[in-house]
Write a protein that binds this ligand. Sequence first.
Ligand code: GZL
Length: 320
Amino acid sequence: MIITRRTLLGVAAAIACATAIPAFAAKPLTIGFSQVGAESEWRTANTASIKDAAKKAGVTLKFADAQQQQQNQVKAIRSFIAQHVDVIAFSPVVETGWETVLREAKNAKIPVILTDRAVKVTDPSLYVSFIGSDFVEEGRRAGRWLLDYDKKNGGKPLNIVELQGTTGAAPAIDRKTGFAEVIAANPKLKIIRSQTGDFTRAKGKEVMEAFLKSEGKNINVLYAHNDDMAIGAIQAIEEAGLKPGKDIIVISIDGVKGAFEAMKAGKLNVTVECNPLLGPTLIQTAQDVVAGKPVPKRIVVNEGVFPAEVAAKELPNRKY
Ligand code: GZL
Protein backbone atom coordinates (compact mmCIF):
# COMPACT_ATOMS: atom_id res chain seq x y z
CA MET A 1 0.00 0.00 0.00
CA ILE A 2 1.60 3.35 -1.14
CA ILE A 3 1.61 5.74 1.80
CA THR A 4 1.26 9.29 0.39
CA ARG A 5 2.15 12.46 2.32
CA ARG A 6 -1.60 13.27 2.45
CA THR A 7 -2.31 9.88 4.09
CA LEU A 8 0.50 10.37 6.61
CA LEU A 9 -0.89 13.81 7.63
CA GLY A 10 -4.41 12.31 7.95
CA VAL A 11 -3.13 9.50 10.23
CA ALA A 12 -1.05 11.95 12.34
CA ALA A 13 -4.10 14.20 12.84
CA ALA A 14 -6.24 11.20 13.86
CA ILE A 15 -3.66 10.08 16.46
CA ALA A 16 -3.30 13.64 17.82
CA CYS A 17 -7.08 13.92 18.38
CA ALA A 18 -7.31 10.53 20.06
CA THR A 19 -4.45 11.20 22.51
CA ALA A 20 -4.90 14.92 23.27
CA ILE A 21 -5.92 15.53 26.88
CA PRO A 22 -9.41 16.99 26.66
CA ALA A 23 -8.91 20.77 26.91
CA PHE A 24 -11.78 21.09 29.34
CA ALA A 25 -11.07 18.15 31.75
CA ALA A 26 -12.69 19.10 35.06
CA LYS A 27 -9.99 20.30 37.51
CA PRO A 28 -10.23 18.42 40.84
CA LEU A 29 -12.25 20.15 43.53
CA THR A 30 -10.11 21.96 46.13
CA ILE A 31 -11.44 22.17 49.70
CA GLY A 32 -9.77 24.17 52.46
CA PHE A 33 -10.53 22.48 55.81
CA SER A 34 -9.80 24.03 59.24
CA GLN A 35 -9.94 21.37 61.98
CA VAL A 36 -10.36 22.17 65.70
CA GLY A 37 -7.24 20.26 66.72
CA ALA A 38 -6.28 16.73 67.80
CA GLU A 39 -7.66 16.89 71.35
CA SER A 40 -9.55 13.58 71.50
CA GLU A 41 -10.06 10.12 70.02
CA TRP A 42 -13.23 11.54 68.47
CA ARG A 43 -11.27 14.28 66.69
CA THR A 44 -8.70 11.81 65.39
CA ALA A 45 -11.49 9.71 63.87
CA ASN A 46 -13.18 12.80 62.44
CA THR A 47 -9.95 13.94 60.75
CA ALA A 48 -9.29 10.46 59.34
CA SER A 49 -12.83 10.30 57.92
CA ILE A 50 -12.46 13.67 56.15
CA LYS A 51 -8.99 12.92 54.73
CA ASP A 52 -10.03 9.44 53.60
CA ALA A 53 -13.21 10.68 51.90
CA ALA A 54 -11.30 13.47 50.11
CA LYS A 55 -8.68 10.99 48.86
CA LYS A 56 -11.33 8.52 47.64
CA ALA A 57 -13.13 11.31 45.75
CA GLY A 58 -9.96 12.73 44.17
CA VAL A 59 -10.53 16.02 46.00
CA THR A 60 -7.53 18.24 46.80
CA LEU A 61 -7.75 18.84 50.57
CA LYS A 62 -5.83 21.70 52.17
CA PHE A 63 -5.95 20.72 55.86
CA ALA A 64 -5.09 23.01 58.82
CA ASP A 65 -5.02 21.94 62.51
CA ALA A 66 -5.89 24.91 64.77
CA GLN A 67 -4.66 23.38 68.06
CA GLN A 68 -8.03 24.40 69.58
CA GLN A 69 -7.31 28.13 68.97
CA GLN A 70 -9.93 30.24 67.20
CA GLN A 71 -7.37 32.71 65.85
CA ASN A 72 -5.63 29.84 64.06
CA GLN A 73 -8.91 28.92 62.38
CA VAL A 74 -9.51 32.52 61.28
CA LYS A 75 -5.97 32.62 59.86
CA ALA A 76 -6.49 29.33 58.01
CA ILE A 77 -9.80 30.50 56.50
CA ARG A 78 -8.14 33.72 55.29
CA SER A 79 -5.36 31.67 53.74
CA PHE A 80 -7.92 29.47 51.93
CA ILE A 81 -9.59 32.63 50.59
CA ALA A 82 -6.22 33.92 49.33
CA GLN A 83 -5.62 30.55 47.63
CA HIS A 84 -9.04 30.76 45.93
CA VAL A 85 -10.15 27.29 47.05
CA ASP A 86 -13.48 26.06 45.67
CA VAL A 87 -15.04 25.38 49.10
CA ILE A 88 -14.11 26.21 52.70
CA ALA A 89 -15.18 23.79 55.42
CA PHE A 90 -14.45 23.90 59.14
CA SER A 91 -15.41 22.67 62.59
CA PRO A 92 -15.67 25.90 64.62
CA VAL A 93 -13.89 25.51 67.96
CA VAL A 94 -16.36 27.95 69.58
CA GLU A 95 -19.78 29.28 68.51
CA THR A 96 -19.10 33.03 68.27
CA GLY A 97 -16.60 35.39 66.60
CA TRP A 98 -16.99 34.22 62.97
CA GLU A 99 -19.04 37.00 61.29
CA THR A 100 -16.07 38.99 59.88
CA VAL A 101 -14.08 36.14 58.36
CA LEU A 102 -17.21 34.41 57.02
CA ARG A 103 -18.23 37.68 55.35
CA GLU A 104 -14.78 37.80 53.72
CA ALA A 105 -15.39 34.27 52.36
CA LYS A 106 -18.83 35.31 51.10
CA ASN A 107 -17.39 38.42 49.39
CA ALA A 108 -14.81 36.14 47.75
CA LYS A 109 -17.74 33.98 46.53
CA ILE A 110 -16.37 30.87 48.31
CA PRO A 111 -19.11 28.70 49.84
CA VAL A 112 -18.60 27.63 53.48
CA ILE A 113 -19.74 24.31 54.96
CA LEU A 114 -19.79 23.76 58.75
CA THR A 115 -19.00 20.27 60.05
CA ASP A 116 -19.38 18.93 63.59
CA ARG A 117 -19.96 22.18 65.51
CA ALA A 118 -22.29 25.15 64.88
CA VAL A 119 -21.66 28.91 64.78
CA LYS A 120 -23.83 31.74 66.07
CA VAL A 121 -24.13 34.34 63.27
CA THR A 122 -26.79 36.99 62.54
CA ASP A 123 -26.68 36.21 58.80
CA PRO A 124 -27.37 32.50 58.08
CA SER A 125 -26.30 33.00 54.44
CA LEU A 126 -22.69 33.07 55.71
CA TYR A 127 -22.63 29.27 55.42
CA VAL A 128 -24.44 26.91 53.04
CA SER A 129 -24.83 23.85 55.27
CA PHE A 130 -24.12 22.51 58.78
CA ILE A 131 -23.38 18.78 58.99
CA GLY A 132 -23.28 17.44 62.55
CA SER A 133 -24.95 15.95 65.61
CA ASP A 134 -27.79 17.29 67.74
CA PHE A 135 -25.77 17.95 70.92
CA VAL A 136 -28.78 18.98 73.01
CA GLU A 137 -30.33 15.58 72.24
CA GLU A 138 -27.06 13.87 73.20
CA GLY A 139 -27.24 15.63 76.58
CA ARG A 140 -30.90 14.59 76.96
CA ARG A 141 -29.97 10.95 76.22
CA ALA A 142 -27.34 11.05 78.96
CA GLY A 143 -29.94 12.52 81.34
CA ARG A 144 -32.58 9.92 80.42
CA TRP A 145 -30.11 7.10 81.11
CA LEU A 146 -29.46 8.56 84.59
CA LEU A 147 -33.19 8.98 85.37
CA ASP A 148 -33.71 5.35 84.40
CA TYR A 149 -30.66 4.18 86.40
CA ASP A 150 -31.90 6.05 89.48
CA LYS A 151 -35.37 4.52 89.21
CA LYS A 152 -33.85 1.02 89.07
CA ASN A 153 -31.58 1.74 92.05
CA GLY A 154 -34.03 2.85 94.70
CA GLY A 155 -34.44 6.50 93.73
CA LYS A 156 -31.76 7.72 96.16
CA PRO A 157 -30.52 11.33 96.02
CA LEU A 158 -27.54 11.51 93.63
CA ASN A 159 -24.84 14.22 93.66
CA ILE A 160 -23.46 14.78 90.17
CA VAL A 161 -20.17 16.38 89.10
CA GLU A 162 -19.96 17.55 85.49
CA LEU A 163 -16.88 17.81 83.25
CA GLN A 164 -17.85 20.30 80.56
CA GLY A 165 -16.29 20.46 77.09
CA THR A 166 -14.36 23.45 75.76
CA THR A 167 -15.83 26.72 77.08
CA GLY A 168 -17.98 28.35 74.39
CA ALA A 169 -18.05 25.27 72.15
CA ALA A 170 -21.48 24.24 70.81
CA PRO A 171 -21.21 20.64 72.12
CA ALA A 172 -20.31 21.90 75.60
CA ILE A 173 -23.14 24.43 75.74
CA ASP A 174 -25.74 22.07 74.27
CA ARG A 175 -24.80 18.89 76.14
CA LYS A 176 -25.03 20.83 79.41
CA THR A 177 -28.45 22.21 78.40
CA GLY A 178 -29.90 18.87 77.31
CA PHE A 179 -28.71 16.97 80.42
CA ALA A 180 -29.95 19.65 82.86
CA GLU A 181 -33.31 19.85 81.07
CA VAL A 182 -33.96 16.12 81.53
CA ILE A 183 -32.68 15.60 85.10
CA ALA A 184 -34.81 18.55 86.26
CA ALA A 185 -37.63 15.96 86.32
CA ASN A 186 -36.06 14.42 89.46
CA PRO A 187 -35.14 16.93 92.19
CA LYS A 188 -33.05 14.27 93.95
CA LEU A 189 -30.50 14.50 91.10
CA LYS A 190 -28.25 17.47 91.79
CA ILE A 191 -25.24 18.87 89.91
CA ILE A 192 -22.92 19.93 92.76
CA ARG A 193 -19.82 20.86 90.70
CA SER A 194 -19.41 21.73 87.01
CA GLN A 195 -16.19 22.80 85.28
CA THR A 196 -14.54 22.58 81.85
CA GLY A 197 -12.06 19.79 81.14
CA ASP A 198 -11.56 21.14 77.58
CA PHE A 199 -12.45 17.75 76.02
CA THR A 200 -9.01 16.31 76.88
CA ARG A 201 -7.99 13.30 79.04
CA ALA A 202 -5.31 15.27 80.89
CA LYS A 203 -7.61 18.14 81.87
CA GLY A 204 -10.44 15.75 82.66
CA LYS A 205 -8.17 13.93 85.14
CA GLU A 206 -6.92 17.17 86.67
CA VAL A 207 -10.42 18.62 87.25
CA MET A 208 -11.75 15.30 88.60
CA GLU A 209 -8.86 15.26 91.09
CA ALA A 210 -10.00 18.71 92.28
CA PHE A 211 -13.63 17.54 92.51
CA LEU A 212 -12.56 14.50 94.58
CA LYS A 213 -10.43 16.67 96.87
CA SER A 214 -13.30 19.06 97.61
CA GLU A 215 -16.28 16.69 97.48
CA GLY A 216 -14.72 13.27 98.16
CA LYS A 217 -17.23 10.52 98.87
CA ASN A 218 -20.06 13.01 98.39
CA ILE A 219 -19.87 12.35 94.63
CA ASN A 220 -22.25 9.69 93.28
CA VAL A 221 -22.16 10.39 89.51
CA LEU A 222 -19.76 11.88 86.93
CA TYR A 223 -21.28 13.30 83.72
CA ALA A 224 -18.49 14.00 81.20
CA HIS A 225 -19.19 15.79 77.89
CA ASN A 226 -16.81 13.40 76.11
CA ASP A 227 -15.18 10.00 76.59
CA ASP A 228 -11.63 11.39 76.73
CA MET A 229 -12.39 13.49 79.82
CA ALA A 230 -14.26 10.52 81.34
CA ILE A 231 -11.23 8.23 80.78
CA GLY A 232 -8.95 10.81 82.41
CA ALA A 233 -11.39 11.14 85.32
CA ILE A 234 -11.56 7.34 85.71
CA GLN A 235 -7.81 7.37 86.40
CA ALA A 236 -8.32 10.06 89.06
CA ILE A 237 -11.15 8.08 90.69
CA GLU A 238 -8.99 4.94 90.87
CA GLU A 239 -6.01 6.90 92.26
CA ALA A 240 -8.36 8.17 94.98
CA GLY A 241 -9.03 4.54 95.96
CA LEU A 242 -12.58 4.48 94.60
CA LYS A 243 -14.17 2.19 92.00
CA PRO A 244 -15.30 4.03 88.83
CA GLY A 245 -18.54 2.57 87.48
CA LYS A 246 -19.51 1.42 91.01
CA ASP A 247 -18.64 3.94 93.76
CA ILE A 248 -19.05 6.71 91.16
CA ILE A 249 -21.37 6.12 88.18
CA VAL A 250 -19.67 7.39 84.99
CA ILE A 251 -21.69 8.74 82.04
CA SER A 252 -20.05 10.14 78.91
CA ILE A 253 -20.55 11.01 75.23
CA ASP A 254 -18.81 10.14 71.92
CA GLY A 255 -18.71 6.32 71.79
CA VAL A 256 -15.00 5.99 70.96
CA LYS A 257 -13.19 2.64 71.32
CA GLY A 258 -11.60 3.74 74.60
CA ALA A 259 -15.09 4.11 76.09
CA PHE A 260 -16.12 0.60 75.02
CA GLU A 261 -12.93 -0.80 76.57
CA ALA A 262 -13.65 1.11 79.82
CA MET A 263 -17.23 -0.24 79.85
CA LYS A 264 -15.94 -3.78 79.26
CA ALA A 265 -13.66 -3.28 82.29
CA GLY A 266 -16.68 -2.14 84.36
CA LYS A 267 -15.31 1.41 84.81
CA LEU A 268 -17.77 3.35 82.60
CA ASN A 269 -21.55 2.86 82.73
CA VAL A 270 -22.79 4.33 79.44
CA THR A 271 -21.59 6.30 76.41
CA VAL A 272 -23.91 8.33 74.17
CA GLU A 273 -22.73 8.05 70.58
CA CYS A 274 -21.56 11.16 68.69
CA ASN A 275 -20.69 10.10 65.15
CA PRO A 276 -17.37 11.59 63.87
CA LEU A 277 -17.49 9.87 60.46
CA LEU A 278 -18.64 13.00 58.60
CA GLY A 279 -16.11 12.82 55.72
CA PRO A 280 -18.27 11.24 52.98
CA THR A 281 -21.21 13.59 53.66
CA LEU A 282 -18.90 16.62 53.67
CA ILE A 283 -17.31 15.72 50.32
CA GLN A 284 -20.66 14.94 48.69
CA THR A 285 -22.13 18.21 49.98
CA ALA A 286 -19.12 20.19 48.68
CA GLN A 287 -19.42 18.54 45.26
CA ASP A 288 -23.15 19.32 45.15
CA VAL A 289 -22.59 22.96 46.14
CA VAL A 290 -19.97 23.44 43.39
CA ALA A 291 -22.28 21.71 40.89
CA GLY A 292 -24.97 24.23 41.79
CA LYS A 293 -27.25 21.60 43.31
CA PRO A 294 -29.41 22.55 46.34
CA VAL A 295 -28.05 21.24 49.68
CA PRO A 296 -29.88 20.98 53.04
CA LYS A 297 -29.07 23.83 55.45
CA ARG A 298 -28.86 21.29 58.29
CA ILE A 299 -27.74 17.65 57.99
CA VAL A 300 -28.12 15.73 61.28
CA VAL A 301 -26.21 12.45 61.75
CA ASN A 302 -27.92 9.42 63.33
CA GLU A 303 -26.56 8.15 66.65
CA GLY A 304 -27.33 5.69 69.45
CA VAL A 305 -26.75 5.08 73.18
CA PHE A 306 -24.44 2.26 74.35
CA PRO A 307 -24.78 1.07 77.97
CA ALA A 308 -22.04 -1.13 79.49
CA GLU A 309 -24.17 -4.29 79.06
CA VAL A 310 -23.71 -4.19 75.26
CA ALA A 311 -20.05 -3.03 75.21
CA ALA A 312 -18.36 -6.43 74.76
CA LYS A 313 -20.67 -7.39 71.88
CA GLU A 314 -20.48 -3.96 70.20
CA LEU A 315 -16.72 -3.31 70.51
CA PRO A 316 -15.69 -5.44 67.49
CA ASN A 317 -18.21 -3.53 65.32
CA ARG A 318 -16.98 -0.08 66.21
CA LYS A 319 -15.52 1.90 63.30
CA TYR A 320 -13.76 4.55 65.47
C1 GZL B 1 -18.56 16.72 69.03
C2 GZL B 1 -17.13 17.21 68.97
C3 GZL B 1 -16.49 17.09 70.31
C4 GZL B 1 -16.37 15.66 70.79
C5 GZL B 1 -15.09 15.73 71.53
O1 GZL B 1 -19.13 16.73 67.76
O2 GZL B 1 -17.09 18.56 68.56
O3 GZL B 1 -15.17 17.60 70.19
O4 GZL B 1 -17.44 15.26 71.59
C6 GZL B 1 -14.25 16.57 70.58
O5 GZL B 1 -14.49 14.49 71.78
O6 GZL B 1 -13.13 17.07 71.19
